[in-house]
Design a protein around this ligand. Sequence first.
Ligand code: HEM
Ligand code: NAG
Ligand code: NAG
Ligand code: NAG
Ligand code: NAG
Ligand code: NAG
Ligand code: NAG
Ligand code: NAG
Length: 540
Amino acid sequence: MRFRKAILAATSVLCFAQVYAYVWPSPYDFLEDAYTVSSGFGDGGIVDGVNPCSFAPIGGRLPGRQAAAEWLRVAYHDSATYNIETGLGGLDASIGFETDRPQNVGRSMNDSLVFFGAFQSKTSSMADVIALSVILAIKNCGGPSIPFRAGRIDAESAGPATVPEPQQDLASHTSAFALQGFNVTEMIGLVACGHTIGGVHQVDFPLSVENAITPSNPDGVVHFDDTFDSFDNRIATQWIDGTSVDPLAVGFNATTNSDARIFAADGNQTMEAFAQDPDFFSTQCGSLLERMLNTVPKSVQLSEIINPLPVKPFQLFLSLATNGSLVLSGNIRIFDTSPAAAAASAANMPVTLSWKDRNGKPNATYSTSAVAVSETSGSLWGSVYFFEVNVAIDPNFGISSFVVDWAFDSQLPLTHSDNGGSGFPFQDVVLNLPDKSCRNPDQTTTVFAVIRNNMGLVTDAYVDYTSNVNQQGSISVKQVTTRTPLVHVGNSSSVLYDTYSATFANGPQTDEGRITFDVVASISGQTYISLNNPEVFAFC
Ligand code: HEM
Ligand SMILES: *[C@@H]1O[C@H](CO)[C@@H](O)[C@H](O)[C@H]1NC(C)=O
Ligand SMILES: *[C@@H]1O[C@H](CO)[C@@H](O)[C@H](O)[C@H]1NC(C)=O
Ligand SMILES: *[C@@H]1O[C@H](CO)[C@@H](O)[C@H](O)[C@H]1NC(C)=O
Ligand SMILES: *[C@@H]1O[C@H](CO)[C@@H](O)[C@H](O)[C@H]1NC(C)=O
Ligand SMILES: *[C@@H]1O[C@H](CO)[C@@H](O)[C@H](O)[C@H]1NC(C)=O
Ligand SMILES: *[C@@H]1O[C@H](CO)[C@@H](O)[C@H](O)[C@H]1NC(C)=O
Ligand SMILES: *[C@@H]1O[C@H](CO)[C@@H](O)[C@H](O)[C@H]1NC(C)=O
C-alpha cells in the first residue's frame, strides 16, 4: 500500500513544481541510476560508450569515429524537427524513422540508436535516453553540467525533414533555427557548441572534405577544431584568430561553408565573446543545449530536474526463501558531492538499515548492517558507494518501510536518511519469485509469485511484461506491455503466502531494449505492486 502511494505521490506532484521532491520509488529510477553511476559496480553503462571522449570504444567503429560527437549530432537532428508554431516535433526519437534521409547521412545515427536501445525500457523512453546520452557525453568531454529532465515520449512516425544542410544559405539556416525557437545569437551559439567536438567525414560529405582518407583515417574525418576531444571554446578562438581548421568554415567548397556564414552572422560578436571567455562559452553552451534537449512536443510535460539521490535502494528485492523466511536482498547506494564523500572509503562507512514491521511498528531488533561492495564505483557528478543488504525477515512481522543511518567514516556522526520523511516504502504482500520463474521450451515464460493470503480476497492479480517489438520503418524498437492474469496454483514455503503463476508467449522480442515486468494484485480494494523485476533468463 505504501509502495503504491509513493508512486502516485511522485507522479501527481509533477503538477505542483514547488512541492516536488524526488522520492523513491519513482518512474525515473532507472534513468536516475544511469545518470548517477558511470563506472564500476552499478555502472549505468552509457558513459562506457564515450569514454574516453576522443573514441568510440563500443560497437567496432572505425578509427576516427567519436561517439560523443555522434550522440550530440543525433540529438540535434532529432530535435531539429520542432516547429514552434505547431508545437510538434522536437526531441521525440522520431530520428529512428529518419535515418535514411540525406540530412542524416552516415552510419553514426543507426549505430548510436542501436547502442541506446539497451537503455530503452518501460520507464526510459528512447528520447529520454538520447537526452541523457548528450548530458553524460558532454560532461565526460569536459563540458558543462547540463540539468537532466525526463518524461519525453517517443514518436511513432517520422517528423518533417527540417535538419539544416551545409549547402543552404544563411537565410535558410536563420529561418530553420527560428522555427525551432532559436534566434540568430542562439543559432551561432548552438552551432559553435555542437561543432566544438567531432568533425566532418569525407565518406559522408565528399563535397566538403577531400584528400582526408588514409589507412588510419578510413572515414576521412577532418575535425572542426584542433581540440576535437575537449568541449572547449577552441572552435571560437581558432575562428577569431584566423587559424580555423573547420571544414564547414574554411573548407575547399565555399558553398558548404555554412559555419563561416553562421559564425559571422552577427559580425562575429558572439564568437568574439566565446573566444575571450571560456567560462562564458561553457555556460552558454550549457543553457542552449539544455533548451535543445528540452525542446519537446507541447503535449509532453517534462519532470523536474533529476539530481542523484543521496541514498537510494539499487536492485533491492524482497522474496520468499524455501525455508519460509522473507529475504530482503540487493544494494543501498550513497552519493554526495562533498570533500568528505570524495575522501571516504566504503569499507570504513557504517551503513545501517532499520525497518518497520508490516503494521508500521518499529522494533529494536529490525535492523541490519550493510556491507561495502568490494568493487568501487564512479560518478561524473560526485562520489558514489554501494552497500550490500542480505537479511532474513520473519514473515509474521514483515516489513513496510525502512530508513538508513550512515556516515562517511565511523568517526563521524550518523546521517539519518528517510526518503523525504516517511522512509523507503517496501511492501511484503506481492513478491516475485525469481528463482522459480523460467522460460519454457515452447517460447513461453512462466512467472511465479507469492501473494499474502491473510488480508482478504485477491480480486485482480496479473503480470505486466514489457518487451520490445520492431517498428516498421525505424531502426528503434518500441515497448509493448502484455498483461497476463496470475492464477492460484497452491501453497508456498510459508503458511502466510500462496503461490500464483502466469504463463505467456515470449512475444516478438528483439535483442534491443531492456525487458522488465511488474507483478500486481488487488486485495480488499488496495493495489500492491512488485515493480521493475528484471527479465526472466533461466530455462525451465
Ligand atoms: C546549420 C546548422 C548545421 C549544419 C549545416 C551542420 C552540418 C554538419 C555536418 C555536415 C557535419 C558532418 C557530419 C559527418 O560527417 O558525419 C556535422 C557534424 C556535427 N554536427 Fe553539425 N551542423 C549544424 C548544426 C549543428 C548543431 C546545432 C549541433 C549541436 C548542437 C551540431 C552538432 C554536430 C556534431 C557534434 C558533429 C560531429 C559529428 C561527428 O564527428 O561524428 N551541428 N554538422
Ligand atoms: C536572442 O535572444 C537572447 C535572449 O535569449 C538575447 O540576449 C539576444 O540578444 C537575442 N538575439 C537576437 C539577435 O535577437
Ligand atoms: C560544392 O558543394 C555544392 C553543393 O553541395 C556542389 O553542388 C558543388 O559541386 C561543390 N563544389 C565542388 C567544387 O565540389
Ligand atoms: C569574422 O571573422 C572571420 C574569421 O576570423 C573574418 O574572416 C571575418 O572578416 C570576420 N567578419 C567580420 C564582419 O568581422
Ligand atoms: C520485536 O520483534 C520480535 C520478533 O522479531 C518480537 O518477539 C518482539 O516482541 C518485538 N518487540 C517489540 C517491542 O515489539
Ligand atoms: C532461511 O533462508 C534464508 C535465505 O537462504 C536465510 O538467510 C535464513 O537465515 C534462513 N532462516 C532460517 C530460520 O533458517
Ligand atoms: C539504418 O537503419 C535503417 C533501418 O533499419 C536502414 O534502412 C538503413 O539502411 C540504415 N542506414 C545505414 C547507413 O546503415
Ligand atoms: C504444500 O502442499 C503440499 C501438497 O499438498 C504439502 O505436501 C506441503 O506440506 C504444503 N506445504 C506447506 C508449507 O504447507
